[in-house]
Design a protein around this ligand. Structure first.
Ligand SMILES: [Zn+2]
Length: 330
Protein backbone atom coordinates (compact mmCIF):
# COMPACT_ATOMS: atom_id res chain seq x y z
CA UNK A 1 0.00 0.00 0.00
CA UNK A 2 1.41 3.34 -0.98
CA UNK A 3 0.81 6.20 1.34
CA UNK A 4 0.49 9.46 -0.51
CA UNK A 5 1.20 12.06 2.06
CA UNK A 6 0.70 15.67 1.30
CA UNK A 7 3.16 17.60 3.25
CA UNK A 8 4.85 20.66 2.03
CA UNK A 9 7.65 22.01 4.09
CA UNK A 10 7.83 25.76 3.80
CA UNK A 11 11.55 26.08 3.82
CA UNK A 12 14.64 24.38 4.92
CA UNK A 13 16.86 26.24 7.27
CA UNK A 14 19.61 24.35 8.94
CA UNK A 15 21.17 25.22 12.19
CA UNK A 16 24.63 26.53 12.73
CA UNK A 17 26.93 24.23 14.49
CA UNK A 18 28.14 25.80 17.67
CA UNK A 19 31.40 24.19 18.69
CA UNK A 20 31.22 23.10 22.27
CA UNK A 21 34.34 23.58 24.30
CA UNK A 22 33.10 22.18 27.59
CA UNK A 23 34.16 18.65 28.40
CA UNK A 24 30.89 17.95 30.22
CA UNK A 25 28.92 18.83 27.13
CA UNK A 26 31.13 16.53 25.12
CA UNK A 27 30.40 13.60 27.43
CA UNK A 28 26.66 14.13 27.26
CA UNK A 29 26.90 14.54 23.47
CA UNK A 30 28.57 11.14 23.31
CA UNK A 31 25.77 9.66 25.41
CA UNK A 32 23.14 11.07 23.07
CA UNK A 33 24.98 9.74 20.01
CA UNK A 34 25.16 6.33 21.68
CA UNK A 35 21.44 6.34 22.53
CA UNK A 36 20.59 7.31 18.96
CA UNK A 37 22.85 4.67 17.48
CA UNK A 38 21.27 2.01 19.73
CA UNK A 39 17.85 3.04 18.49
CA UNK A 40 18.87 2.93 14.81
CA UNK A 41 20.64 -0.41 15.19
CA UNK A 42 17.71 -2.07 16.92
CA UNK A 43 15.48 -0.80 14.15
CA UNK A 44 17.88 -2.06 11.53
CA UNK A 45 17.75 -5.50 13.16
CA UNK A 46 13.94 -5.45 13.12
CA UNK A 47 13.35 -3.99 9.65
CA UNK A 48 16.60 -4.52 7.65
CA UNK A 49 16.61 -0.80 6.88
CA UNK A 50 20.26 0.29 7.09
CA UNK A 51 20.90 2.36 10.24
CA UNK A 52 22.51 5.16 8.21
CA UNK A 53 19.26 5.77 6.30
CA UNK A 54 17.40 6.21 9.58
CA UNK A 55 20.21 8.36 10.98
CA UNK A 56 20.15 10.59 7.90
CA UNK A 57 16.39 11.21 8.03
CA UNK A 58 16.60 11.80 11.76
CA UNK A 59 19.44 14.31 11.38
CA UNK A 60 17.66 16.12 8.55
CA UNK A 61 14.47 16.52 10.57
CA UNK A 62 16.29 17.56 13.71
CA UNK A 63 18.10 20.33 11.82
CA UNK A 64 14.82 21.47 10.34
CA UNK A 65 13.16 21.66 13.73
CA UNK A 66 15.97 23.51 15.40
CA UNK A 67 15.73 26.20 12.72
CA UNK A 68 11.98 26.51 12.27
CA UNK A 69 9.69 28.24 14.70
CA UNK A 70 6.46 26.56 13.51
CA UNK A 71 7.52 23.08 14.62
CA UNK A 72 7.81 21.85 18.21
CA UNK A 73 11.39 21.36 19.40
CA UNK A 74 12.52 17.73 19.69
CA UNK A 75 12.24 16.39 23.22
CA UNK A 76 13.36 12.79 22.76
CA UNK A 77 16.26 10.96 21.17
CA UNK A 78 14.81 11.14 17.67
CA UNK A 79 14.36 14.39 15.78
CA UNK A 80 11.66 13.14 13.44
CA UNK A 81 8.44 15.11 13.66
CA UNK A 82 5.20 13.57 12.44
CA UNK A 83 2.20 15.92 12.66
CA UNK A 84 -0.67 14.44 14.76
CA UNK A 85 -3.08 14.45 11.77
CA UNK A 86 -0.65 12.44 9.73
CA UNK A 87 0.06 10.14 12.65
CA UNK A 88 -3.57 9.38 13.49
CA UNK A 89 -4.99 9.62 9.96
CA UNK A 90 -6.38 12.77 8.32
CA UNK A 91 -10.01 11.68 8.75
CA UNK A 92 -9.55 10.41 12.27
CA UNK A 93 -11.75 12.55 14.59
CA UNK A 94 -9.17 12.05 17.34
CA UNK A 95 -5.84 13.46 16.24
CA UNK A 96 -4.25 12.30 19.47
CA UNK A 97 -5.36 8.72 18.92
CA UNK A 98 -2.79 6.18 20.10
CA UNK A 99 -4.70 2.98 19.40
CA UNK A 100 -2.84 1.13 16.65
CA UNK A 101 -6.02 -0.41 15.28
CA UNK A 102 -8.06 2.77 14.85
CA UNK A 103 -5.00 4.55 13.45
CA UNK A 104 -4.73 1.73 10.94
CA UNK A 105 -8.41 2.05 10.03
CA UNK A 106 -7.99 5.78 9.39
CA UNK A 107 -4.87 5.09 7.36
CA UNK A 108 -2.65 6.98 9.80
CA UNK A 109 1.09 6.58 9.90
CA UNK A 110 1.49 5.66 13.55
CA UNK A 111 2.39 2.13 14.60
CA UNK A 112 3.45 0.55 17.86
CA UNK A 113 7.23 0.20 17.79
CA UNK A 114 8.03 -0.82 21.34
CA UNK A 115 5.26 -3.37 21.86
CA UNK A 116 3.43 -1.56 24.65
CA UNK A 117 0.13 -1.74 22.77
CA UNK A 118 0.12 1.97 21.97
CA UNK A 119 1.23 3.93 18.93
CA UNK A 120 2.45 6.99 20.75
CA UNK A 121 3.81 10.19 19.28
CA UNK A 122 5.67 10.68 22.54
CA UNK A 123 7.85 7.60 22.25
CA UNK A 124 11.06 7.51 20.21
CA UNK A 125 10.70 3.84 19.29
CA UNK A 126 7.16 4.37 18.01
CA UNK A 127 8.07 7.43 15.97
CA UNK A 128 11.14 5.94 14.36
CA UNK A 129 9.47 2.59 13.80
CA UNK A 130 6.52 4.34 12.12
CA UNK A 131 8.89 6.09 9.75
CA UNK A 132 10.68 2.79 9.09
CA UNK A 133 7.30 1.18 8.48
CA UNK A 134 6.56 3.87 5.91
CA UNK A 135 9.88 3.17 4.12
CA UNK A 136 9.14 -0.56 4.12
CA UNK A 137 6.09 0.15 1.96
CA UNK A 138 8.56 1.04 -0.78
CA UNK A 139 11.59 -1.14 -0.20
CA UNK A 140 14.99 -0.78 1.39
CA UNK A 141 17.37 -0.56 -1.56
CA UNK A 142 18.73 2.84 -2.62
CA UNK A 143 16.20 3.46 -5.39
CA UNK A 144 13.15 2.63 -3.30
CA UNK A 145 14.46 4.60 -0.35
CA UNK A 146 14.90 7.59 -2.66
CA UNK A 147 11.34 7.15 -3.93
CA UNK A 148 9.96 6.88 -0.40
CA UNK A 149 11.77 10.08 0.56
CA UNK A 150 10.51 11.92 -2.47
CA UNK A 151 6.90 10.98 -1.80
CA UNK A 152 7.29 12.01 1.82
CA UNK A 153 9.02 15.37 1.40
CA UNK A 154 8.11 16.25 -2.19
CA UNK A 155 11.36 18.18 -2.51
CA UNK A 156 14.44 17.14 -4.48
CA UNK A 157 16.62 19.20 -2.21
CA UNK A 158 15.46 17.31 0.89
CA UNK A 159 16.07 13.97 -0.82
CA UNK A 160 19.54 15.06 -1.94
CA UNK A 161 20.54 16.29 1.51
CA UNK A 162 19.33 13.12 3.23
CA UNK A 163 21.15 10.86 0.75
CA UNK A 164 24.40 12.82 1.25
CA UNK A 165 24.09 12.47 5.01
CA UNK A 166 23.44 8.73 4.62
CA UNK A 167 26.58 8.42 2.49
CA UNK A 168 28.70 10.11 5.19
CA UNK A 169 27.25 8.02 8.02
CA UNK A 170 27.75 4.82 6.06
CA UNK A 171 31.34 5.72 5.17
CA UNK A 172 32.46 6.69 8.66
CA UNK A 173 30.27 4.24 10.59
CA UNK A 174 29.53 6.75 13.34
CA UNK A 175 27.14 9.57 14.15
CA UNK A 176 29.56 12.12 15.56
CA UNK A 177 30.85 13.89 12.47
CA UNK A 178 31.24 17.29 14.08
CA UNK A 179 34.98 17.20 14.65
CA UNK A 180 36.89 19.95 12.84
CA UNK A 181 40.49 20.70 11.96
CA UNK A 182 42.41 23.90 11.34
CA UNK A 183 43.11 24.15 7.59
CA UNK A 184 46.88 24.65 7.90
CA UNK A 185 49.44 22.66 9.89
CA UNK A 186 49.92 24.40 13.26
CA UNK A 187 53.68 24.18 12.90
CA UNK A 188 53.60 26.24 9.69
CA UNK A 189 54.18 29.99 9.71
CA UNK A 190 50.83 31.59 9.14
CA UNK A 191 48.83 34.61 10.19
CA UNK A 192 45.23 35.67 9.90
CA UNK A 193 42.86 38.21 11.31
CA UNK A 194 39.17 38.95 11.08
CA UNK A 195 38.46 40.56 7.71
CA UNK A 196 35.08 39.11 6.86
CA UNK A 197 32.80 41.82 5.47
CA UNK A 198 35.68 44.18 4.61
CA UNK A 199 35.72 45.67 1.15
CA UNK A 200 38.05 43.69 -1.07
CA UNK A 201 41.60 44.85 -1.58
CA UNK A 202 41.76 43.74 -5.15
CA UNK A 203 39.17 43.19 -7.90
CA UNK A 204 35.49 42.41 -7.52
CA UNK A 205 32.77 44.49 -5.96
CA UNK A 206 31.54 42.11 -3.30
CA UNK A 207 32.60 42.40 0.30
CA UNK A 208 35.14 39.92 1.57
CA UNK A 209 33.33 36.62 2.20
CA UNK A 210 35.95 34.82 4.21
CA UNK A 211 39.15 34.87 6.21
CA UNK A 212 42.56 35.09 4.54
CA UNK A 213 45.25 32.96 6.13
CA UNK A 214 48.66 34.11 4.92
CA UNK A 215 51.35 31.46 4.67
CA UNK A 216 54.20 30.38 2.41
CA UNK A 217 53.54 29.06 -1.04
CA UNK A 218 52.88 25.30 -0.99
CA UNK A 219 52.06 24.91 2.72
CA UNK A 220 49.58 21.98 2.88
CA UNK A 221 45.88 22.88 3.05
CA UNK A 222 43.67 20.43 4.91
CA UNK A 223 39.97 19.64 4.93
CA UNK A 224 38.45 21.20 8.04
CA UNK A 225 35.46 18.88 8.33
CA UNK A 226 33.90 15.54 7.51
CA UNK A 227 32.14 16.10 4.23
CA UNK A 228 31.80 15.59 0.51
CA UNK A 229 33.73 17.50 -2.17
CA UNK A 230 31.05 19.36 -4.04
CA UNK A 231 33.14 21.53 -6.32
CA UNK A 232 36.70 21.60 -7.60
CA UNK A 233 38.35 23.60 -10.37
CA UNK A 234 39.19 27.09 -11.60
CA UNK A 235 37.33 30.28 -10.88
CA UNK A 236 38.32 33.68 -12.29
CA UNK A 237 38.61 35.21 -8.80
CA UNK A 238 39.12 32.19 -6.58
CA UNK A 239 41.76 30.56 -8.77
CA UNK A 240 42.13 26.85 -8.04
CA UNK A 241 39.48 26.28 -5.44
CA UNK A 242 37.58 23.55 -3.74
CA UNK A 243 34.22 23.37 -1.95
CA UNK A 244 33.27 20.84 0.72
CA UNK A 245 29.79 20.38 2.21
CA UNK A 246 29.56 18.99 5.73
CA UNK A 247 26.82 16.98 7.46
CA UNK A 248 25.19 20.17 8.79
CA UNK A 249 24.92 21.56 5.26
CA UNK A 250 27.63 24.15 5.81
CA UNK A 251 29.74 24.76 2.74
CA UNK A 252 33.48 25.22 3.25
CA UNK A 253 35.30 27.08 0.50
CA UNK A 254 39.08 27.02 -0.07
CA UNK A 255 40.49 29.41 -2.70
CA UNK A 256 43.75 30.54 -4.36
CA UNK A 257 45.29 27.05 -3.98
CA UNK A 258 48.61 26.24 -5.65
CA UNK A 259 47.02 22.97 -6.78
CA UNK A 260 45.10 19.94 -5.56
CA UNK A 261 46.14 16.70 -3.93
CA UNK A 262 46.56 13.92 -6.46
CA UNK A 263 43.41 12.01 -7.34
CA UNK A 264 41.06 14.31 -5.47
CA UNK A 265 37.67 14.40 -7.19
CA UNK A 266 34.16 15.79 -6.88
CA UNK A 267 31.89 13.47 -4.87
CA UNK A 268 34.78 12.21 -2.78
CA UNK A 269 34.34 11.90 0.97
CA UNK A 270 36.89 13.73 3.10
CA UNK A 271 37.66 13.98 6.79
CA UNK A 272 39.18 16.69 8.97
CA UNK A 273 42.94 16.93 8.52
CA UNK A 274 43.06 15.31 5.07
CA UNK A 275 45.41 17.26 2.78
CA UNK A 276 43.49 18.60 -0.21
CA UNK A 277 45.97 21.03 -1.77
CA UNK A 278 48.52 23.73 -1.08
CA UNK A 279 48.54 27.45 -0.25
CA UNK A 280 48.94 29.48 -3.42
CA UNK A 281 48.18 32.79 -5.06
CA UNK A 282 46.09 31.69 -7.99
CA UNK A 283 43.20 33.66 -9.40
CA UNK A 284 42.26 37.02 -10.93
CA UNK A 285 42.80 35.88 -14.49
CA UNK A 286 42.48 32.96 -16.88
CA UNK A 287 43.21 29.40 -15.61
CA UNK A 288 46.70 29.16 -14.16
CA UNK A 289 47.08 32.88 -13.33
CA UNK A 290 49.18 33.16 -10.21
CA UNK A 291 51.21 35.66 -8.23
CA UNK A 292 48.99 38.74 -8.44
CA UNK A 293 48.90 38.91 -4.63
CA UNK A 294 50.79 37.32 -1.73
CA UNK A 295 50.10 33.59 -1.21
CA UNK A 296 47.26 32.89 1.20
CA UNK A 297 44.35 30.56 1.77
CA UNK A 298 41.00 32.25 1.40
CA UNK A 299 38.62 30.30 3.62
CA UNK A 300 34.87 30.88 3.36
CA UNK A 301 31.86 29.37 5.10
CA UNK A 302 28.32 29.39 3.71
CA UNK A 303 24.89 28.34 4.82
CA UNK A 304 22.13 27.37 2.47
CA UNK A 305 18.41 26.94 3.09
CA UNK A 306 17.48 25.57 -0.33
CA UNK A 307 16.42 29.00 -1.49
CA UNK A 308 19.46 31.11 -0.93
CA UNK A 309 23.00 30.83 0.25
CA UNK A 310 24.72 33.24 2.60
CA UNK A 311 28.24 33.75 3.85
CA UNK A 312 29.07 33.96 7.53
CA UNK A 313 32.27 34.84 9.34
CA UNK A 314 34.67 31.86 9.55
CA UNK A 315 37.10 33.73 11.83
CA UNK A 316 35.68 32.68 15.24
CA UNK A 317 35.40 29.09 14.00
CA UNK A 318 38.99 29.05 12.77
CA UNK A 319 40.18 30.37 16.15
CA UNK A 320 38.17 27.66 17.96
CA UNK A 321 39.52 24.86 15.77
CA UNK A 322 43.04 26.17 16.19
CA UNK A 323 42.74 26.26 19.99
CA UNK A 324 41.15 22.79 20.16
CA UNK A 325 43.89 21.33 17.99
CA UNK A 326 46.59 22.95 20.10
CA UNK A 327 45.01 21.52 23.26
CA UNK A 328 44.82 18.06 21.74
CA UNK A 329 48.54 18.08 20.98
CA UNK A 330 49.53 18.81 24.56
ZN1 LIG B 1 40.07 36.23 0.89
Amino acid sequence: MLHIIRVSFLSLILCFLIPSLAKAAEVSDQKIFQARMNLYKSLEAATQIPWYYLAAVDHYERSLRSARTDLPKPTGVTGIYIPPEKWSGWLNPNHFDDHPLSILIFDGMGVDGNGDGKASLKEDEDILFSFAHYILNYGIDDDHFRMALWNYYKRDKAVGLILEKAKLYQHFGKLDLNQKAFPLPLRANYSYRSTWGDSRGWGGKRVHEGTDIFADYGVPVKATTYGIIEMKGWNKYGGWRIGIRDINNTYHYFAHLSGFSKGLKVGQIVEPGMVIGGVGSTGYGPPGTSGKFPPHLHYGMYKDNGKREWSFDPYPHLRTWEILEKKKRK
